[in-house]
Design a protein around this ligand. Structure first.
Ligand SMILES: Cc1cc2nc3c(=O)[nH]c(=O)nc-3n(C[C@H](O)[C@H](O)[C@H](O)COP(=O)(O)O)c2cc1C
Length: 473
């Protein structure tokens, strides 16, 4: 059964032993963030954390690390919790093939229970805000889906965007938001500002787990995240109409915030410890004015710790960054076998492929850099043969160490665009690198690759036999 809201997902996590309730009293700072930081350090099976006894807050409920392990990611996708990561990516790709699945509009959304409007709007009365890292400049909403429409084509459902954007709380009814230039919200805002208009938006917190996944997926501009949610759920995604803006929002969210990004207004925000493992610095960013908040009674405030990778965001953005790149590359190059884009939202990508002829792998590497996501992210590509699993890093390192002749196989392209947050870049520019770790094929005849050692044909059967012997010890 797909999850219609966060609460039903938390219940399943709990049943599966993947949710830890912390009922002892804790401090909002540093305990909440430190606990979520520590959860990941427990390894790939880490649980989600739920707090309901936070000093200084009445009735606060806080969920952290909800997607923060491969087990939790598998359960979010409705898969058995032991599903290996490579199988999770393959299943994601298989379900994407059923895209689009139209959403289902529902009435009586649970967030209609309570409302604040106009002058009474006060985020501090609804959310138990707390800071994450020592150097953060303030409180952030960092696991929120932001919904906006294309001002030039507002009735086009597919161009309506749902994206995760982190926002600093800069007042009881004000947020500073960071839409990086390659993302759809930045395109919507630019179009609105060119018309001299504010951009209406809705911000939803405490979403069902698939909404968080699709909102972080680098889809094509006119592909609907709700229709991908349907494909991933295997059932239409429940949506509702936001009362003030008329935007389509998830039916099951805990909190729905509505307002506008004010046209041509900028305000300092930051620093914030980002997904790159570095602080953003303080920068002038667009400003959201909040006009209405709708929320469930005693809403669960879902947040996410991020810092030095890996943290929850890397699980959340892992498979959903791999699959669109895989699909976009395969559409032109069916030789592409698998794509691992799980490092820092795809700043580094590993691609396995069959080769047509000498030099082919490098060309595929260049294409990865010009996909919609690649334009702003992919700055290093490692290409490996089809018999190397890009998710198995020792195999990738073997390919790189044994097959690369640096002078012939490494290409550096100077001064291309990258997300301004990339620590190695400068003002949104960086050199990009392709490492071709595939075996040369004609007409590229170099090296001594004629006599590779392969696994023995009987090794597969022996692996099964050894496993049985181990299990029956
Ligand atoms: C927790 C989290 C925070 C994020 N914060 C931002 C952000 O502040 N700005 C941004 O442009 N992208 C941010 N992203 C990445 C985008 O959500 C992601 O790249 C998505 O694919 C963008 O899709 P869109 O172009 O359809 O909006 C964040 C992702 C996650 C999971």
């Amino acid at each position: 059964m797909p999850y219609d809201d966060l609460r039903s997902f938390l219940a399943v996590l709990e049943k599966e032993g993947q949710l830890l309730r912390v009922t002892d009293e804790v401090l909002p700072e540093p305990d909440l963030a430190a606990a979520a930081n520590a959860a990941r350090r427990l390894g790939d099976n880490a649980p989600a954390l739920h707090f309901d006894n936070v000093k200084g807050f009445t009735d606060a409920r806080i969920a952290l690390n909800v997607h923060g392990s491969w087990r939790n990611h598998a359960l979010a996708m409705g898969l058995p919790k032991e599903t290996p990561v490579k199988d999770q990516v393959e299943e994601f790709a298989r379900r994407w093939d059923t895209f689009p699945i139209a959403p289902e509009r529902r009435e009586d959304a649970p967030w209609r229970e309570n409302t604040m409007e106009g002058d009474e709007v006060d985020l501090f009365k609804v959310l138990p805000l707390f800071r994450l890292n020592e150097g953060d400049g303030g409180f952030y909403l960092d696991k929120a889906a932001v919904i906006s429409r294309d001002p030039q084509d507002p009735d086009n459902f597919d161009k309506q965007n749902v994206g995760v954007y982190r926002m600093e709380v800069v007042g009881r009814d004000r947020l500073a938001i960071q839409p990086v230039p390659v993302h759809d919200l930045a395109l919507h805002l630019r179009a609105a500002e060119e018309r001299g208009e504010d951009l209406p938006i809705a911000i939803t917190l405490g979403n069902d787990p698939i909404i968080s996944i699709v909102a972080g997926t680098p889809m094509a501009y006119d592909q609907s995240e709700y229709e991908l949610a349907g494909a991933l759920r295997g059932a239409p995604a429940p949506i509702a109409t936001a009362p003030l803006t008329g935007l389509d929002v998830p039916w099951g969210s805990e909190v729905v915030i509505e307002g506008v990004i004010e046209s041509r207004v900028r305000q300092y925000e930051g620093p914030f410890g980002e997904f790159t493992g570095h602080y953003s610095g303080g920068r002038r960013m667009p400003v959201v004015r909040i006009d209405r908040i709708s929320y469930r009674t005693d809403p669960i405030f879902e947040s996410l710790y991020l810092g030095q990778p890996w943290t929850e965001i890397d699980y959340l953005l892992g498979p959903n960054t791999c699959v669109p790149l895989l699909n976009q590359l395969r559409a032109e190059f069916p030789e592409v076998q698998a794509v691992n884009a799980m490092y820092t939202h795809g700043l580094l990508v590993i691609i396995s492929l069959k080769k047509r002829y000498g030099g082919f792998a490098k060309a595929v590497g260049m294409r990865a850099m010009t996909t919609p996501h690649g334009l702003g992210f992919v700055s290093q590509v490692i290409l490996v043969d089809e018999d190397v699993d890009p998710f198995d890093l020792p195999q990738v390192m073997w390919a790189q160490s044994a097959k690369v002749d640096p002078r012939e196989d490494v290409v550096i392209i100077p001064h291309l665009s990258v997300v301004p947050l990339a620590p190695a870049g400068e003002s949104g520019m960086i050199s990009k690198m392709i490492i071709d770790a595939t075996t040369p094929v004609a007409p590229d005849v170099r090296g001594n690759f004629e006599t590779p050692v392969k696994d023995l044909p009987e090794a597969k059967e022996w692996a099964a036999r050894l496993r049985t012997l181990l299990d029956t010890r």
